[in-house]
Ligand binder design. Structure first.
Ligand code: MOS
Length: 749
């Protein structure tokens, strides 16, 4: 791993923590996740809820016979559509999903939909009783096999953007003038989020006040969504989640089990714990939809792109349109005179689709970057040369708006050098080592840099310790660590002296930890809070008769390396410990907030990377080994070497998974997820990953935010899949356009 800092870096480097803030607690088992709390209620009161799921894909429940379950050992309550408390009239209001299924009616929209909740003294008793329910259905014909019903594709109802596609220039002219074209269809599969920590909720009521521990990427979002789905005042809801065991978008919004857990707690008048088991992660809490991408590229002989056409069709739940904007990258990844992109959905009796790590860009780069590789081959051009030929100096999707900062060229150069790209064989299938066919491929990575309004609080404590808090989340990504660093930097103290609190909706509000935006949103708020604190501390010192700074002008005072000093008389200074001690050990507190400025509308903010992969493919069995991947990313300042590179590494690993492993399989007859477990839904283990070489350019993006950093939660998964796919082609000469690229496809193609 290498960090290349810009030589003229204008920022004073922030002191980094060597290890994760919460690392010791995690490795010693002291860290507690949502399902592991047993206070402040009495542990003896806690009961367990289990969700009962529909076994038909479409129709309605006409009866649920509960007599045996009611009498089963330990059962406290069986809640069905026929006895559930009635909620507010009408569907839940945003941000709660309208598609939540809260036992308010008997309709079934997908196999696996919640249709009852069993509450018992133990989880096993709840599960055993659930098996005793006799459920009668009236089935309806189900809409499945979307890939055979592409003629039913329609525009999304609530697409958010590009409701009728997005068109620039004259795409027909581009193809009329082209010397070389590519015209193929590329498919990405349904993928399911599988964070180590499954979704989990503990809910309890004190009168009309509801508190929940909930595994979520968005505590204040769950707070609002719970209030709006249960029709209770938002002030009556508190959501707590100090540690999240991964989220990847699945925990970015609230799903049915959360209000169902709160409902159960109300019904039984006790605290209730509801943990989804691994199988229940496949369907109830979102998925990345499958995308079928018809991509056409038009180019001149010299490689100049004249047109990019990208028509994307995906499955969407009959409950809700969610659009996976894979086609989005065809608008802004390269300079092209014309572009035409569309996204359409095919209704399917499946659970709702949702955001999954790098929504849009992950499948988008996976497919477009194969198409670019195919174009390079037809042009007999080096794939990097083709990308440089069409380098987007400004944002083509926003009429040439400038980028806040873009150093993609440097990513290609450094990546090619580190990887040894020059030695690659342009002709596929040429290189072998014994039984292994060896191939090299590359692709571009990209993800937008997002930022939202956020608040934070800092408090100088006795003894020189500092407290910092914000209502944000840490998904295992390093939020605690970088918050400690930023607060410490603001006062010029050691980051080890900082105490961090997050994950509680009573704290100052921060956005969803999604869209790679937490660091870029929360750190500027902390920077503002420490600036406010500094002013307060100076005021305190100059008005304190016992302070060496007493009587000075505030403008003459500064905070340097953890001491208040006079600028004009450097001999006069006051220590923070002494100042608080003389202040009767009263903590000094300040609040801060930050939001994206006007710059947001005048420039485009985006992160970039170049990914290179070497694969070896068994000549006979076609088993693929990803030997090594080099990624070089332009993500602004790297905030913490360990947590930051670890994030990118996790993303690259998922990219390998995207390329060669992951695929949710839906039973064509029943709509059941066939491989709803981690034995058959393949994800990589260490032996599948090979060597990951993660690098960042490290040039601060100060036009984006005062910290100079862009989020890194998602970009790591982009680019890698196509780099691996292109390497497999380079090794074998077989072009597979349907992910994941498994041995069967290589054998049969
Ligand atoms: Mo990310 S898919 O926005 O959690």
């Amino acid at each position: 791993m290498q960090i290349a800092q810009d030589k003229e870096q204008p920022l004073k480097p922030v002191a980094q923590l060597d290890h994760r803030y919460e690392g010791i607690a995690k490795v010693t088992g002291k860290a507690r996740y949502a399902a592991e709390f047993s206070d402040p209620f009495s542990k003896a009161d806690l009961v367990y809820a289990f969700i009962v799921q529909a076994t038909i894909p479409s129709g309605s429940v006409n009866s649920i016979e509960t007599t045996s379950a009611d009498r089963a050992p330990g059962v406290v309550s069986v809640i069905t559509p026929f006895n559930a408390p009635r909620l507010a009239q009408g569907p839940p209001q945003p941000p709660a999903r309208r598609s939540l299924t809260l036992l308010q009616d008997t309709s079934v929209a997908y196999n696996g939909q919640p249709i009852a909740v069993v509450v018992a003294k133990t989880l096993n008793e709840a599960k055993a009783a659930a098996a005793l329910l006799k459920i009668g259905y009236t089935p309806q014909p189900a809409k499945l096999q979307w890939e055979k019903r592409l003629d039913e594709a329609r525009w999304p109802k609530n697409p958010g953007k590009d409701s009728a596609g997005n068109h620039r220039g004259d795409i027909n002219l581009a193809f009329a003038e082209a010397a070389v074209t590519v015209d193929n269809t590329y498919v990405t599969p349904i993928q399911f989020h599988n964070p180590m920590e499954t979704h989990a909720t503990i809910a309890w009521w004190q009168g009309d006040k509801l508190t929940v521990y909930d595994a979520t990427q968005y505590i204040s979002g769950v707070r609002m969504s719970l209030a709006r789905s249960l029709n209770i005042p938002v002030d009556n809801v508190r959501v707590i989640d100090p540690l999240v065991g991964g989220g990847f978008g699945s925990k970015g919004s609230m799903w049915s089990h959360v209000p169902l857990c709160a409902m159960a707690a109300k019904v039984v008048n006790r605290p209730v714990k509801l943990v989804l088991d691994r199988e229940q992660m496949f369907g109830l809490v979102g998925a990345r939809p499958s995308t079928i991408n018809h991509i056409r590229l038009a180019a001149r002989e010299d490689g100049t792109l004249l047109g990019m056409q990208h028509d994307n069709v995906m499955n969407a739940s009959v409950l809700e349109d969610f659009v996976e904007h894979a086609e989005g990258v065809s608008k802004n990844l390269y300079q092209s005179a014309a572009s035409s992109v569309t996204a359409k959905v095919v209704e399917t009796n499946l659970g709702v689709s949702t955001y999954m790590r790098a929504p849009g860009e992950a499948p988008g780069t996976a497919v477009v970057e194969i198409a670019l590789d195919e174009l390079a081959e037809k042009l007999k051009m080096d794939p990097i040369a083709l990308r440089l030929k069409n380098y987007a100096e400004t944002d083509p999707s926003h009429e040439g708006r400038p980028w806040s900062s873009k150093h993609l060229r440097e990513c290609y150069r450094r990546g090619a050098e580190k990887f040894g790209w020059a030695a690659r064989n342009l002709t596929p299938g040429q290189r072998s080592e014994g039984k292994w066919l060896v191939g090299h491929g590359m692709a571009t990575a990209t993800y937008p840099a997002n930022r939202s309004a956020a608040q934070a609080i800092v408090r100088l404590l006795p003894g020189g310790r500092l407290f910092v808090a914000s209502g944000t989340q840490d998904l295992g990504t390093g939020t605690y660590t970088i918050m400690a660093q930023q607060a410490a930097a603001g006062l010029g103290i050691d980051p080890k002296k900082v105490e961090v609190k997050l994950g509680d909706s009573t704290l100052p509000i921060a956005p969803v930890s999604g869209g790679s935006q937490s660091s870029a949103s929360v750190l500027p708020a902390i920077q503002d809070a420490t600036a406010q604190l500094k002013l307060k501390l100076i005021d305190l010192a100059i008005s304190d008769a016992a302070s060496p700074l007493h009587g000075l002008q505030a403008a003459d005072c500064d905070l340097r390396d953890g001491r208040l000093v006079s600028k004009s008389q450097p001999g006069r200074s006051d220590g923070l410990v002494e100042l608080v001690s003389r202040n009767k050990n009263q903590p000094v507190e300040a609040q801060g907030h930050a939001e994206p400025g006007e710059a947001r509308d005048s420039m485009s903010t985006q992160s970039w990377g170049a990914v290179f992969a070497e694969v070896a493919v068994d000549r006979h069995t076609k088993m693929v080994k990803v030997r090594r991947v080099v990624g070089v990313y332009d993500i602004g300042v790297l905030l913490n070497q360990k947590t930051g590179l670890n994030q990118l590494m996790g993303g690259m690993t998922w990219g390998i998974s995207f390329a060669t492993h992951e695929q949710g399989i839906v039973d064509a007859a029943t709509g059941r997820i066939v491989n709803a477990n981690l034995a058959e839904y393949h994800v990589p283990v260490n032996a599948d990953v090979g060597v990951l070489d993660v690098n960042v350019i490290g040039i601060p993006d100060l036009k984006f935010n005062p910290i100079g950093s862009r989020g890194i939660g998602e970009i790591g998964i982009t680019g890698t899949a196509a780099a691996v796919a292109n390497a497999i082609y380079n090794a074998t000469g077989k072009r597979v356009r349907q992910y994941p690229i498994t041995a069967d496809k290589l054998l049969m193609s």
